[in-house]
Design a protein around this ligand. Structure first.
Ligand SMILES: C[S@@+](CC[C@H](N)C(=O)[O-])C[C@H]1O[C@@H](n2cnc3c(N)ncnc32)[C@H](O)[C@@H]1O
Length: 291
C-alpha cells in the first residue's frame, strides 16, 4: 500500500514524495525527521518519516517555529523534537511573570525562551557546546537577552553552582521558582544534586522550588515507577507529595513521563550533603510503603 505523508514510519527509510524531492531532507536523530524546504523552514507535515539528504548542499541549519516562537539551529548537532511542542507549552503555561526558571538541560531553548517571553527570569544550561551556542543565538533572535542567562555546564554542576547561588534569596520572596529537567534517559539520577543543596542556609520552606523531571518508564505502573525512582534519587519519599504526568509513548511499552514536586525542605536543608551512594533514611520508608 502506498504511504501517505501522514503515515508513521519509524524503522524503514522513506524516500520523500516527489513534491519535496530536491529539497533538503534530514534525519540525524532517531525518531525525529523533518523536511527542510528551500528557505530552510521545517515542514512538520513530513516529520514522522525517516529521511535522508537527497539533493542540494548538506546544510542542516534550520528555522522552526514552535508555539509561535522562532528557533534556529544546526539539526545535525543539537537535540530538537517537534513531538514535544505540547509538553513545552504545558509547562511554560504554568510560569507566571516574575517567576525564576532554572532549565538544567535546556537544549536550544524551547522551555527557556517562551518562559522568558512570559516575563520570567531564566537561567538556562546545556552541556553540549553546540546546543549552548544555538541557545545563545535563539535568546538574541527572540530578544530576551535581558531575561536569560546561559550556562555551559554539566547539569549537576549547574544545580550545585548557579542554582545554589540564586536559591537562598529567591526562597525569601513569593515569586515562583521552577526547575525543568528534560533529559529523560538520565534526569532522575541528577535529583541527588538537591540533597543538602542549602546545607547551612537558614531553613525557609514557604516558597520551595517546583521540579519538572522527565524520565522513561517501561513499568506497568509508570506513575508509581517515576515516583519511586525520583524518591530514591532524592533520598526522600515523594509518595503523596508529587504528581506524575504522561508525556508521550516513545516505543511499545515505553512512556515518557514527568514527575512534578516541590523539593522538600528536608532534602534542600539536609546536613547530609550530596550523597550519591547512601540514601537518606526516608527512602526506606518510601520503599516499604510502595512495594
Ligand atoms: C532531551 S534534550 C532536551 C532539550 C530541550 N530542553 C527540549 O525540551 O527540547 C536534553 C539536553 O540535555 C543536554 N545534556 C545532556 N547531558 C547533559 C548533562 N550531563 N548536563 C547538561 N546538559 C546535558 C543535551 O545536550 C540536550 O540538549
Amino acid at each position: 500500500m502506498a504511504q501517505s505523508p501522514h503515515d508513521e514510519v519509524s524503522s524503514t527509510l522513506f524516500r520523500a514524495p516527489p513534491e519535496v524531492r530536491g529539497q533538503v531532507i534530514i534525519d540525524k536523530n532517531p525518531g525525529v525527521s523533518c523536511v527542510v524546504n528551500k528557505t530552510n523552514e521545517i515542514d512538520n507535515t513530513y516529520r514522522n518519516f525517516k529521511m535522508e539528504v537527497l539533493a542540494g548542499e548538506e546544510n542542516m541549519v534550520a528555522k522552526v517555529k514552535e508555539n509561535g516562537v522562532s528557533y534556529e539551529f544546526d539539526f545535525s548537532r543539537v537535540y530538537w523534537n517537534p513531538r514535544l511542542s505540547t509538553e513545552h507549552m504545558r509547562v511554560v503555561q504554568q510560569v507566571q511573570r516574575g517567576a525564576t526558571v532554572f532549565d538544567v538541560f535546556a537544549g536550544v531553548g524551547p522551555f527557556a525562551i517562551p518562559a522568558a517571553l512570559r516575563g520570567a527570569t531564566v537561567l538556562a544550561n546545556d552541556l553540549n557546546p553546540e546546543s549552548h551556542r544555538w541557545l545563545q543565538h535563539n535568546v538574541k533572535l527572540n530578544k530576551v537577552a535581558t531575561k536569560v542567562r546561559t550556562f555551559n555546564l554539566d547539569g549537576r554542576a549547574f544545580i550545585r553552582g548557579p542554582v545554589r547561588q540564586e536559591l537562598p534569596a529567591l526562597l525569601k520572596t513569593e515569586a515562583e521558582i521552577h526547575v525543568v529537567m528534560n533529559l529523560p534517559a538520565l534526569a532522575l539520577e541528577f535529583l541527588d544534586a538537591f540533597r543538602g543543596l542549602l546545607d547551612g542556609a537558614p531553613c525557609c520552606d514557604t516558597n520551595l522550588p517546583t521540579v519538572y523531571c522527565y524520565g522513561f518508564s517501561k513499568d506497568e505502573d509508570p506513575k508509581k515507577d517515576m515516583m519511586e525512582k525520583a524518591s530514591k534519587s532524592l533520598g526522600f519519599c515523594l509518595e503523596g507529595r508529587c504528581s506524575v504526568e504522561f508525556v508521550r509513548n516513545v516505543a511499545p511499552n515505553k512512556d515518557m513521563m514527568c514527575v512534578i514536586f516541590a523539593v522538600p525542605k528536608e532534602v534542600l536543608f539536609s546536613t547530609e550533603g550530596d550523597q550519591t551512594e547512601e540514601p537518606a533514611p526516608k527512602r526506606h520508608k518510601c520503599e516499604e510503603t510502595t512495594e
